[in-house]
Design a protein. Structure first.
Length: 243
């Protein structure tokens, strides 16, 4: 229900510097639009498969001198795994540095501390038993039965282990005003990949926009499609790719 155009603006900024881009929707968006989505059948591996096939397609085409994978947020983990299949470089934008259950627990500690311990126990139950049944109604959006299979497949991947496998140039970027993925997550990725280029952009939020105000201004930006992404972001990615 939101429209921010952040990845469109990033693509346009790269295009102006002679860098071609390809973006695609997650496979579930078509299913959502057609009302054919079966949440219990979704696996995190599906996203990895689609990204890997995309890399393979452009490798086969031999139309481009190099192929870089850029992954944003959840796509950071997806992208770093897909990049292992022969990409020339990888960029993590606002990517987590821990397994997703640890990320969510850390977020709850800051946003709803009263639910943190219950969430930790529910995730531990999922890891041990494959299902969580004892969780607060306030956590139903996270732990409802239909999406637990997806969470389980997502929890199997540790971004620190995956980024360490990359034998290619890596750029890690995070924003200081990111409400969803803290700078500490980027620090964990950097620690796992010490030779990566690392940049924290002041005043940039999770959707790559400049935030000079408070958290309300930050939240409003998620539905402001005309607000551009930060020029510093485009400059950093361009310099990394063109090197």
């Amino acid at each position: 229900m939101m429209n921010n155009n952040s990845l469109k603006y990033l693509a346009e900024g790269l295009s102006e510097k002679g860098i071609a881009t390809f973006r695609y929707d997650k496979r579930i968006l078509k299913q959502i639009k057609e009302r054919t989505l079966n949440e219990e059948s979704i696996k995190f591996d599906d996203f990895i498969e689609d990204a890997t096939e995309t890399v393979n397609y452009f490798k086969r085409s031999q139309a481009f001198s190099k192929i870089f994978v850029i992954g944003h947020s959840q796509g950071s983990l997806v992208g770093m795994i897909a990049a292992q299949n022969g990409a020339d470089g990888f960029v993590s934008l606002a990517g987590a540095g821990q397994e997703i259950d640890d990320v969510i627990v850390d977020q709850l500690e800051k946003q709803a501390p009263g639910l943190k311990d219950n969430a930790r126990q529910a995730f531990d139950d999922m890891r041990a038993d494959g299902v969580a049944v004892s969780y607060s109604p306030g956590l139903a959006s996270i732990f409802r039965k239909q999406i637990q299979p997806f969470l389980l497949t997502w929890m199997r991947f540790d971004p620190r282990q995956e980024i360490a496998k990359l034998n290619m140039p890596v750029l890690i970027i995070n924003g200081e005003k990111d409400l969803q993925v803290q700078v500490s997550e980027a620090e964990k990725l950097k620690a796992a990949k010490p030779d990566a280029t690392y940049e924290i952009i002041p005043e940039m939020n999770h959707i790559l926009k400049k935030i000079e105000g408070d958290d309300i201004d930050n939240s409003k930006s998620y539905n402001e499609p005309n607000r551009p992404v930060m020029p510093e972001l485009i400059e950093s990615v361009v310099n990394f790719i063109l090197g």
